[in-house]
Ligand binder design. Structure first.
Ligand code: SF4
Length: 488
């Protein structure tokens, strides 16, 4: 296995291997030589800061970048200003996300003037936009390395080229790829839980979304590679995995012999020592009866489904190119609740999509009232250049959208706090995640349904599943008391 490869055995006088991942391990070994020289010269190891600016997919990619930097010999630095190597893993889902990146670069340019050896790298979704790269080439010449979402597996190689090319801007952007490289190192934020990519890209082209243009077409990972990764994670202490993909419900459709997501879940369920399985995101149009049935019979799949609705109006859903109706969505909710009683349902809702009328908005409120979501992420529609929706007529005036958004938020929050209160007094299994941010006497964990719970305890509980009585509902979370410290 390459993760366990001894770097000293790589012949660095030879040409780099052509095949992956051996090629990347070769360049990691090259980078290690550079780090060793740096250490001799500066009497310290170089420091790297990975800044994640996006979604869970980006967060997982950032862990992979951090894993490679660690293998190479960099130490972790959380302050961009103090790092020798800073990499921004960018997001481009909203236009203001791009502005944030330029703001960070503006600040770092001053630091780099004082410390010309500092290296600045940019990767992620925003780099897949040609006009962004043009702007960087013209106005941000001090950036050292730019690459996109499709060749992130080549990071070690690109890092080496960058370290060997002072003063040069190294750019490598691919339009698309069908390549998936396995067995590269990766870091983990938590010792007991981990995200696991099961697929990349998206084929759906929702009319407001830039993802298919920047992350390419759907590619599913080989199930054997997924199982192998999870088995290794479990052997390393992980008890909960979050399977990640833009639309996990269409997993395996592009294989020569297609394999459904439900089948994959059944295989993952067999892994001994794994306690909890989560996944996101699910597209309603691809949520199959088979998957609902598997969720209903599973002992490990958490009773939580994030099912982005986006709008309750069939007319708007059509304009969004979501390919389901209000009725279909409600039907799915009924089926899943029948199969998994008490399941927590969460969603995403966009308010103010072009052409949305008050009647359309009332349809959204109607679904919110009928489904009674455990929580909902509500967004004001934001025009994203490069998407079909950005060119649509009838953009809704700002004050109208704001008013609808406030009404929706109020409704969503009232319902969520009522739904949360139903657990009062029950005893539930909690996976302990961390010491509470505000009170070091409290531990913070999550129920299978994703609800947050705080209770008195100590650090030794982190990563364990304990039974907690839910004493006091605080709207969106609980205060409780542990009643059983080991309930695996
Ligand atoms: S399913 Fe739609 S919203 Fe989700 S990533 Fe794909 S195109 Fe974007």
């Amino acid at each position: 296995m390459f993760n366990e490869l001894n770097f000293d055995r790589i012949d660095l006088t030879a040409e780099p291997p052509a095949e992956e991942p051996a090629r990347q391990y070769y360049f990691m070994a090259k980078c290690r030589e550079w780090v060793s020289d740096f250490q001799k010269k500066n009497e310290r190891l170089p420091k790297a800061c990975v800044v994640n600016m996006g979604c869970q997919m980006n967060a997982r990619d950032s862990e992979k970048l951090a894993g490679i930097l660690e293998q190479v010999g960099y130490t972790e630095e959380t302050d961009e200003q103090k790092a020798d190597f800073v990499i921004y893993n960018t997001c481009t889902v909203r236009e203001n996300a791009n502005q944030k990146v330029y703001g960070h670069l503006g600040q770092l340019s001053r630091t780099k003037k004082k410390n010309p050896d500092m290296k600045i790298a940019l990767c992620g979704c925003m780099m897949q936009e040609p006009e962004v790269v043009e702007k960087l080439k013209k106005s941000y010449r001090f950036v050292d390395l730019i690459f996109g979402t499709h060749n992130i597996y080549k990071f070690a190689e690109l890092l080496y080229v960058c370290l060997q090319s002072p003063g040069r801007m190294v750019i490598d952007i691919w339009k698309d790829t069908d390549k998936i490289v396995e067995d590269l190192p990766s870091e983990r934020k938590y010792s007991f839980k981990s995200g696991v990519n099961i697929m990349f890209g998206c084929n759906n082209f929702c009319s407001y979304c830039i993802v298919p243009y920047v992350r390419g077409r759907e590619r599913s990972r080989d199930p054997r590679a997924i199982i192998r990764e999870i088995e290794r994670l479990v052997a390393d202490g992980v008890v909960e995995v979050m399977l990640l993909g833009q639309n996990v419900n269409s997993y395996g459709k592009t294989f020569d012999s297609p394999m459904s997501f439900a089948r994959l879940l059944q295989e993952i369920e067999k892994i001994e020592g794994l306690e909890r399985i989560r996944f996101m995101t699910s597209h309603p149009k691809d949520l199959s009866d088979e998957l609902i049935e598997v969720m209903g019979s599973s002992k490990k799949i958490c009773p939580h489904l994030h099912l982005p609705m986006q709008s309750g109006s069939t007319r708007i859903l059509e304009k969004m190119n979501r390919r389901y109706t209000k009725e279909h969505y409600l039907d799915l909710v009924e089926k899943i609740r029948r199969a998994v009683p008490g399941i927590s349902l969460t969603t995403d809702i966009i308010v103010g999509f072009p052409g949305e009328t008050e009647e359309d908005f009332q349809e959204t409120l109607d679904v919110v009232r009928k489904v009674r979501f455990d929580s909902a992420f509500t967004f004001i529609y934001s025009k994203r250049t490069g998407t079909p929706a950005a060119a649509m007529p009838d953009q809704v005036p700002e004050d109208v959208v704001k008013d609808r958004f406030d009404r929706l938020l109020k409704e969503v929050q009232e319902i969520a706090s009522e739904v949360c209160a139903v657990h009062q007094g029950t005893v539930q299994a909690v996976l302990v995640e961390s010491v509470n941010d505000h009170d070091p006497q409290l531990m913070t964990g999550r129920l299978g349904n994703n609800l947050l719970v705080h209770f008195p305890g100590d650090e030794s509980l982190i990563g364990k599943i304990v039974k907690v009585r839910l004493d006091e509902c605080r709207g969106f979370y609980y205060l409780g008391e542990a009643v059983d410290m080991d309930c695996k």
